[in-house]
Design a protein around this ligand. Structure first.
Ligand code: SAM
Length: 338
């Protein structure tokens, strides 16, 4: 195995999120503008390029890989990529292996792909779903259909995949639904994870008055549910509670009110081959050009290690810091991979 990636603070990087496309069949109000334009195909890494980069990460100690986007399941032949990544799962020998291969999806194509994912070795999926009200779901996603995502949830359950529902908490939009969502997740045997809105990329919407601190949501839910803090940490931003009434977990992702950076173990590879050591920082290293100019694995690893050494200690998202710029960060989550 190659030298494991360590940053300047001694955090080891064992988790890679890889975006396979910036395209999406939804236009969620907090994520993209209605008239989002997507990148030309030539700018997107081919599967062969993605596989080569992922293999280099795995050989250097990355053991968990999450495939995201955009909407990963809208990319043509995405099953081939999952199959290729699945080959790294639990592979004996010292040349790197994956312990886990996961995906984050809006669920619109899951009915079609759940079996393929399970066959490739995926055991858990994160499904984004912000409302169980079909009209509201359509308004938030600007073009999604709740029925289709629910069919995806059913297919994932049938395929035996563990499910975490990701819900972006928005004041005045879905804050009346958290009880319903918690109960529903209990019924279907899924965890629920609430996410604070992050100010990323121009979306054509002002997010300032949609922001909902999850500390207040937790206090409110505690009046009706028994929420028991769990010690488990995944190196990621979620903090988990056990919901005693359902037996399932409630995760809270609080980038705005909380700093989760000290234990951060992850980096992100965008669909154009930019390596982002931190979701909340614009700093990126281009791996696509060296890759296309014939860089060796050693050259690529050197670039990756240098980028990881520049991983910042932490990030600071501020909504509405500049009155003329509602998007504190210009980059859209769909490009980096949320
Ligand atoms: N299309 C896939 C999906 O919907 O899950 C994967 C990509 S999406 C960018 C990943 C996650 O990021 C989704 O759960 C989405 O709700 C979340 N997300 C996108 N923009 C966000 C923002 N500005 N603040 C908080 N979460 C955001």
């Amino acid at each position: 195995m190659g030298t494991p990636f360590l940053d300047s603070l001694g955090r080891s990087v064992t988790y890679l999120r890889v975006s396979v496309t910036d395209r999406c069949d939804m236009r969620c109000v907090y994520c993209m503008s209605e008239t989002m334009s997507f990148l030309p195909k030539a700018e997107i890494l081919t599967y062969a390029e993605l596989e080569r980069l992922c293999a280099a990460f795995i050989r250097s100690g990355v053991t968990r890989l999450r495939v995201t986007g955009g909407e990963p399941l809208v990319r043509r032949d995405v099953g081939d990529f999952f199959q290729a990544m699945g080959q790294w799962l639990h592979r004996p020998g010292g040349n790197g292996h994956l312990e886990e291969l996961t995906v984050t999806t809006n669920g619109s194509r899951l009915a079609e792909h759940a079996g393929m994912l399970a066959g490739a070795g995926v055991r858990r999926v994160n499904i984004s779903l912000d409302s169980l009200d079909s009209e509201k779901f359509h308004r938030i996603t600007r073009r999604g259909a709740l029925d289709q995502t629910l069919a995806g949830v059913r297919a994932a359950r049938l395929a035996g995949l563990a499910i975490r529902i990701n819900t972006v908490a928005m004041a005045g939009v879905n804050d009346d639904e958290f009880d319903t969502l918690l109960a529903w997740c209990g019924e279907i045997g899924a965890d629920l994870c609430l996410i604070e809105t992050m100010p990323m990329g121009e979306t054509g919407e002002d997010r300032t008055d949609r922001y909902l601190p999850l500390s207040a949501v937790r206090a409110d839910l505690s009046r009706r549910w028994t929420l028991e803090p769990l010690a488990e940490r995944t190196g990621g931003p979620a903090r988990y509670l056990r919901v005693r009434e359902t037996g399932r977990r409630l995760g809270l992702i609080t980038p705005m009110t909380h700093n989760f950076c000290e234990s951060c173990n992850r980096v992100r590879l965008s669909c154009t081959g930019q390596l982002y050591p931190c979701l909340g920082d614009e700093g990126a290293t281009d791996l696509r050009q060296p890759l296309r100019e014939g860089a060796s694995d050693a050259d690529l690893l050197h670039l990756v290690q240098s980028a990881i050494l520049r991983k910042p200690k932490g990030h600071d998202f501020v909504i509405g810091r500049r009155a003329d710029d509602p998007a504190a960060m210009r980059r859209h989550m769909s490009v980096t991979g949320g």
